[in-house]
Design a binder for this molecule. Structure first.
Ligand SMILES: *Cc1c(COP(=O)(O)O)cnc(C)c1O
Length: 380
C-alpha cells in the first residue's frame, strides 16, 4: 500500500465546488491584493483565534518579521527562542539585525523548556519567541510570567498551531503577537504563500497594517519603512472557505493520533523502541484542562531513525524529518559560535524524530499499513 505523508488532493476533493467558486469570484472581481475578501478572512480568523485583531500577510515567515519590525527590533537587540524549529523563526530574527539567543527544548513536548528560559535572558534580550511545535502549545503561563517580570515582549510562532489551545486559550491570543502560516501543508493551508498576525492591541494592529504596505499612511505618505507583506485575495478566499472545516480536520488528526498510539501498543513496540508523542487526546472527547493539540505533525522518536526512514520510503510509506539540523548548528549561523553539545535535547531530537502521515483523510488501512511496516523493520 502507498501512503503519502500528506494528501492535499484528498482534501481538495471534499471541498472542490466551494473552493472553485470562491476562486472564480476573485477572478470576476479582479481585486487581487488586500480588499474585501482579505478583510472578511481577517475578521473570521480573528474570531477563530480569539484575538481582537488579525492582519493578513504574505507568509508565516513575513508574519514573524513584521511583528519584530513593528517593535523596532534590530541591531543590538537579542531575541530568545528555540533552536529546534523551522528556519523561519530564527531567519526573521536575524533579518532584523537582532541576534538570536537559544534555549533548549523540553524533550517530551519539543517546545521551549520554560525552566531554562530565565537563565538565558541577557540584558539585551527584548523578545521571547515560543514556537508551538507540531501543533502543541508551549507552556505559556510560566513563560508569560517570566516575560512580564523581565519586561519582555512575547511573539508566538503559531505557524503549526492554528486552533491549538492551552488551558482553553487559543494559540496566538496569549502573547503580544501571534504569527500564523497558510503554507499549503499547514493545517489551514492556502493555494500558495500566505500568513497572518494576530494581536489583542488596536495600536499594534494598525501599525501592522501600515508596515505590511510599505509603512504607508495615508496613501503615498510613509511614516516607517515597512515592506510589501500583503496577503492576496486568492489566498484569503481559499483560507476563508477552508476555515469552517478546520475543527473537523483537527478532530480527524486527533483521532488518527489516538489510533496510532493504539496500533503501536498492539504491535508490541514499547516506548523504548518507538516513543510516541505525549498528547492530551489519549481518549475520545474533551481533553482535560482545555489542552488541544492539533497535530500538524505526529512525530515519533526512534534511535535508528535514518534506517527506519529509508525502510519506510522503500515500502512506499511517506515520512519526513522535522528538523534534521538544529539552528545553532546551521552553516549560515556559524558566526554565532554554536557548538555541538550546546543544546543536547534539540540535537537529540534532530537525530531521532520522524513524522508519520497524520492528515485527516488517512484511512484505518493506511494507518495499519504504516505501523505494520514499522513493526516489520524492528522484527527483521
Ligand atoms: C511554516 C513555518 C513558518 C513559516 O511559514 P511560511 O508561511 O512557510 O513562511 C514559521 N515557523 C514555523 C514553526 C513554521 O512551521
Amino acid at each position: 500500500m502507498n501512503v503519502p505523508l500528506l494528501d492535499l488532493k484528498a482534501q481538495y476533493q471534499t471541498i472542490k465546488p466551494e473552493v472553485d467558486r470562491a476562486v472564480q469570484e476573485v477572478f470576476e472581481s479582479q481585486y487581487f491584493i488586500l480588499g474585501p475578501t482579505v478583510e472578511r478572512c481577517e475578521k473570521n480568523l480573528a474570531e477563530y483565534c480569539r484575538s481582537a485583531h488579525a492582519v493578513g500577510v504574505s507568509s508565516g515567515s513575513d508574519a514573524l518579521l513584521l511583528a519584530l519590525m513593528c517593535e523596532g527590533i534590530g541591531p543590538g537587540d537579542e531575541v530568545l527562542t528555540t533552536p529546534y524549529t523551522f528556519f523561519a523563526t530564527v531567519g526573521a530574527i536575524v533579518r532584523t539585525g537582532a541576534k538570536p539567543v537559544f534555549c533548549d527544548i523540553d524533550p517530551v513536548t519539543f517546545n521551549l523548556d520554560v525552566r531554562q528560559v530565565e537563565a538565558r535572558i541577557t540584558p539585551a534580550v527584548r523578545v521571547i519567541v515560543p514556537v508551538h511545535l507540531y501543533g502543541q502549545m508551549a507552556d505559556m503561563d510560566p513563560l508569560m510570567e517570566i516575560a512580564k517580570r523581565h519586561h519582555l515582549l512575547v511573539i508566538e510562532d503559531a505557524a503549526q498551531a492554528i486552533g491549538s489551545e492551552y488551558h482553553g486559550r487559543r494559540a496566538g491570543s496569549i502573547g503580544d503577537y501571534g504569527c500564523f502560516s497558510f503554507f499549503p501543508s499547514k493545517n489551514l493551508g492556502g493555494a500558495g504563500d500566505g500568513g497572518l498576525v494576530t494581536t489583542q492591541d488596536a495600536a499594534r494592529a494598525e501599525k501592522l497594517r501600515h508596515f505590511r504596505n510599505h509603512g504607508m499612511n495615508p496613501r503615498y505618505y510613509h511614516q516607517y519603512v515597512g515592506g510589501n507583506f500583503r496577503l492576496d485575495a486568492l489566498q484569503a478566499a481559499v483560507v476563508d472557505v477552508k476555515r469552517p472545516y478546520l475543527d473537523g480536520w483537527s478532530a480527524g488528526r486527533q483521532h488518527n493520533a489516538r489510533r496510532y498510539d493504539r496500533l503501536f501498543a498492539e504491535a508490541g513496540l514499547s516506548p523504548d523502541v518507538v516513543r510516541t508523542p505525549q498528547h492530551p487526546h489519549k481518549t475520545e472527547g474533551e481533553a482535560p484542562d482545555g489542552m488541544r493539540h492539533i497535530f500538524n505533525q505526529y512525530v515519533i522518536r526512534v534511535p535508528q531513525r535514518d534506517e527506519l526512514k529509508a525502510f519506510l520510503t522503500e515500502n512506499h510509506i511517506g515520512c519526513d524529518i522535522y528538523y534534521p539540523v538544529p539552528l545553532h548548528l546551521q552553516a549560515c549561523f556559524a558566526d554565532l559560535g554554536g557548538q555541538v553539545g550546546d543544546f543536547p535535547h534539540s540535537e537529540q531530537a534532530a537525530a531521532e524524530t520522524l513524522a508519520l502521515p497524520i492528515y485527516p483523510e488517512l484511512s484505518d488501512q493506511q494507518a495499519q499499513a504504516v505501523v505494520n511496516v514499522i513493526a516489520r523493520f524492528f522484527n527483521r
